[in-house]
Design a protein around this ligand. Sequence first.
Ligand SMILES: [Zn+2]
Length: 343
Amino acid sequence: MIERYRKQILFDGVGEEGQQRLLNSRVALVGCGALGSVIAQTIVRAGFGFVRLIDRDFVDLSNLQRQVLYDESDVEQRLPKVVAAAVKLTAINSEIEIEPVLADVSFENIIDLTKDVDLIIDGTDNFEVRFLINDAAVETGTPWIHAGCVGSHGQVMTIIPGETPCLRCLMPEIPDPGSAETCDTAGVLASAIQVVASLQVVDAIKLLTGQKELISQSLTIVDVWDGSLRKLDISKLNESQTCPCCSQGDRVWLEGERGSQTSILCGRNSVQISPSTKMSLPFAELQERLEQMGEVKNNSFLLIFKPKESDHEITIFQNGRAIIGGTEDLSEARQLYARYLGY
Ligand SMILES: [Zn+2]
């Protein structure tokens, strides 16, 4: 069992005791897209004992440029990312317990999804979810590793609640829509993602082998295009104890006061709609109804509906959550949702 980790054990920073700790560790990975698939593959190979994969999306052709866990057959089958990822990861290392969760992380489920793990790793692509993770992590005292990547650059920040600054110490509010670069406007290089995800995994190994003193209180900024790596000291960020979250106890994201039911999916020309009440209509009945208005495919995890004479494609999950393809216009997406799903 230990043989497969021999090269990692030989490395001084891990050793046999460290490896044993990794094998006993439990991690929640939020987001199985670009960062998430590199992280998942690396930590499963490294022998992190339990990995909960959380993602809301299915595999799309435009993912394959950087999302290393997926291939063309996953695109063809429209598999949810967590389902495709679990199959690949189990084939890589069958000793690891993988728990795929097909869900949109929200204030209603984040505590349940993260309360029994030692570490949360950020594989997401949006600040709403990151602020929600930050609230939950600070609330439960669970360390988390934030990262983001756009173009050729990215950033990593590891947060140990109560000991290091949190994400809201760094940025009290999420960037205004349109003010920050996104993968949609600036694209993203797979190489940048691999470097950033690898830095996240290194901090995860330090934390889970019991070496949190090795985590630097810094924001690491990498650019693979110019080959630079900078570490900005953030140890004094919250010296005056003004952080709304970790100093003043504000949990607006976790309490559901912030965050939206509708969001544009980065790089996908798609909008996600999460209804506030769960769909009660059985899938089979919904399929029958939709078949009168267009073409429907069902892969047992989701329904893919193409309305007649329309360029849109609507992917519907069991609880009524839908991804409307072919638009980035929120009101158009809501209209389509209302027209076909009747909310
Ligand atoms: Zn803070």
